[in-house]
Design a protein around this ligand. Structure first.
Ligand code: GTP
Ligand code: MG
Length: 194
């Protein structure tokens, strides 16, 4: 897979707008501001493929990107408190609807901020992934913000939390430094192999 050739396809604000799944999909999920858009840009080696913002709640749509015959799907970030209730409901319906409408999802890349314990919303999402049996990898974002000691501590805490997950599916990542790019690329490529 050549991630550098990734192109934006379309953004969808409602479930009804989502086209039928006609390609293998890699979905990126995580709370608002966790670094999904930054990760996509880094993975694809692009500055502005996906919009990055210091203001949470930037990606309020399901965004499709295409890399060859694979679709990368940036899902709306959950858990941002300052969004009106009606908006939250729309996001939740989009997110749930995406997972429940019989798509060809090969892998869910679940992003969690490496600096903190998973939030209650993260745990809900992780429980949902376990229930549905969807294959997933956990990416620990913003690892550059930790010093060596804290990095080691947080990594071992996450290893314990995700002891059931195969070790190569737990990936510290930095959109700033590039940590984890190769590991994540390999996991994604593996998941779409015929
Ligand atoms: P929403 O679209 O709002 O759901 O957010 P998102 O998950 O797409 O996060 P986004 O990529 O927009 O990043 C949010 C903020 O975190 C921005 O200020 C980024 O610059 C910063 N950020 C993202 N990834 C990293 C990282 O690996 N390291 C550091 N230091 N900052 C990061
Ligand atoms: Mg985003």
């Amino acid at each position: 897979m050549n991630f550098k050739t990734t192109e934006f396809e379309a953004a969808f604000g409602t479930l009804a707008q989502l086209p039928r799944s006609d390609l293998p999909e890699i979905a990126f999920a995580g709370r608002s501001n966790v670094g999904k858009s930054s990760l996509l840009n880094r993975l694809c080696n692009r500055k502005a493929l996906a919009r990055v913002s210091s203001v949470p709640g930037k990606t309020a749509t399901v965004n499709f990107y295409r890399t060859g015959d694979v679709r990368l799907v940036d899902l709306p970030g959950y858990g941002y408190a300052k969004v009106p209730k009606s908006e939250k409901k729309r996001w939740a319906q989009l997110l749930e609807g995406y997972f429940r409408t019989n798509r060809d999802i090969r892998l869910v890349v679940q992003l969690v901020d490496m600096r903190h314990e998973p939030t209650a919303d993260d745990e809900t999402m992780l429980a949902f992934l376990s229930e549905t049996g969807l294959p997933f990898a956990v990416v620990l974002t913003k690892c550059d913000k930790l010093n060596k000691t804290a990095y080691a501590e947080r990594l071992s805490a996450f290893r314990a939390r995700f002891s059931e997950l195969s070790p190569e599916l737990l990936i510290p990542f930095s959109a700033v430094r590039g940590d984890g790019v190769e590991a994540l690329s390999a996991v994604i490529e593996n998941s779409v192999k015929p």
